[in-house]
Design a protein around this ligand. Sequence first.
Ligand SMILES: [Zn+2]
Length: 320
Amino acid sequence: MCPLVLYKIWKTYVVPRYLYGLEVQICTKADIYELEKLQRKLFRQFLSLPERTASSALYILLGAEPVETVLDRNMLSLFLTISRLDNAIEKKILKWELEIGKDFTESFINRIDKILNKYSLPNPKEILENPPSKYKWKNMLKKAINTYWSNIWKEECLIKTTIKYLTIQENPTENPHNIWKAARNNQNDIRKAEFKSRLITGTYMLQTTKAKFSKNQISGICELCTKAEEDIKHFLLDCESLESVRLKQMNKLLSLTELKGGGDKAIYKEEDVLQIIMDCSKLSTTSLSHLKAIDLIEIEKQSQTFCHQMHKERTKIQTR
Ligand SMILES: [Zn+2]
């Protein structure tokens, strides 16, 4: 089944039961870590990715929310409901908690204060005095959560070389990655998108990956042409043993990136071509800034066929 369907089932039917009532309890960091660990394990299974996959990539690919944020959201929702209850005893208690201040670090209001601060939202006092409308709050929270995770995940994509080609989508905690948007719910599409997910997360076993894991006991030299180290660039752009498949697929792919209506034939730098194949939704690929979301899905589909054909050819040569 398509991972996006599996995630939707998980989010709609399981998460509410899984995290039921936790907003009124005090969850330690270790508790949240355990809950998150289980969710990540499932996400890896949904996406057929191995244990070593960078965790941020799982959320980015599925367009998913970390458990931490679901809990924060539930707590904030309870707080907002109380802050809208004028003259109710619950609101008076919160105002009293606010007055006695920082002495009780585990008080509900102090925990709310930390959460609001984390997402750069207004402080509890401001909200209690002037609660925003449901509509305004919903938009404010959505924006804050997405900005918060975008920043964290962007940082991880910069640090971890395995996911350097992976692009963070707009509103990444609710918007699946282009790779999975391009896949329909059939076996063929799912297989190709799964393969692409392994490439983009650096978990496809190229010769240099094997060398790295064996602490260089295994050579990183390409077994197909034996002329250079087999990294992602060599596999997709350079290896002469794969040239015939590459040429055919590359022409199809690059023709999709040209301006519609007889634009100039684009000339790309090697690094740009690699980025287009790996993840054309990267906004900084300015050469593609003229394209719309639907065009990016078409390019992604073609890129998945390209990568899958290259993989099939590689396997064919290796087993000869
Ligand atoms: Zn080669």
